[in-house]
Write a protein that binds this ligand. Structure first.
Ligand SMILES: [Zn+2]
Length: 216
């Protein structure tokens, strides 16, 4: 298993990345500091999985645009620490983010409750300079979205006991210097990214849980 994982990682690092377009649907453009931190965190977390993400602003999409693989990312309310307080979404079970599902299928449609993310970070962000606060929420967004991307890209609702794929992410998890997938999730993502490029068949799904929400 270890040799296979090394091989998959080597292929992922050899320019054979599977492209995925992230279509971002936000009520307003993200501040540069938030967007930069958000993208850097996604790139960092997925660097060994063989996936490469292209960020697309939904407001700037053209009818003729097409993508071989895409995930829609809908940001609810303002994803910035300096925005006025907003009501938390009432309908979900206190999730920071979730991927839509139809039956057992995880759909490529992720929603993020930015008001809840901001609420979760408010104590840790208090007193920090504005730039540090924007970097903080960008990193947090990267982690909750990475969690949901894992469900979408693998089709697995399973969770890990540690790392980004664990069922519940605390404020400390969201702002710690690093938080990563375990080798199991990286291996599964690597297999799926290679399958997406028709290099190898997809591995069987070993899901053993049913939840898709993160950060409960
Ligand atoms: Zn989950």
């Amino acid at each position: 298993m270890w040799i296979k994982f090394v091989l998959l990682s080597a292929l992922a690092g050899a320019g054979l990345a599977a492209p995925v377009a992230l279509i971002v649907d936000a009520p307003s453009p993200l501040p540069p500091g938030v967007a930069s931190s958000f993208r850097q965190e996604i790139d960092q977390v997925f660097r060994e999985t063989g996936y490469h993400f292209t960020w697309i602003d939904r407001a700037r999409m053209r009818p003729e645009d097409s993508f071989p693989d895409l995930v829609v990312l809908r940001l609810q309310s303002e994803c910035r620490m300096d925005a006025p307080p907003a009501p938390l979404l009432p309908s979900r079970v206190r999730a920071l983010a979730w991927a839509h599902r139809t039956g057992d299928e995880v759909l490529p449609f992720i929603e993020v409750d930015c008001a809840r993310v901001r609420h979760m970070l408010r104590v840790l962000a208090h007193g920090e300079p504005a730039a540090a606060q924007q970097e903080m929420i960008g990193r947090a967004l990267g982690r909750v979205v990475a969690h949901e991307l894992y469900h979408v890209l693998t089709g697995s609702p399973a969770h890990a006991s540690v790392g980004i794929a664990q069922a519940s992410l605390s404020p400390t998890h969201l702002v710690s210097p690093t938080l990563a997938f375990t080798p199991r999730e990286i291996n599964l993502l690597s297999q799926r990214s290679l399958a997406a490029r028709s290099l190898t068949p997809a591995a069987p799904d070993t899901a053993d849980e049913a939840a898709t929400e993160s950060g409960r």
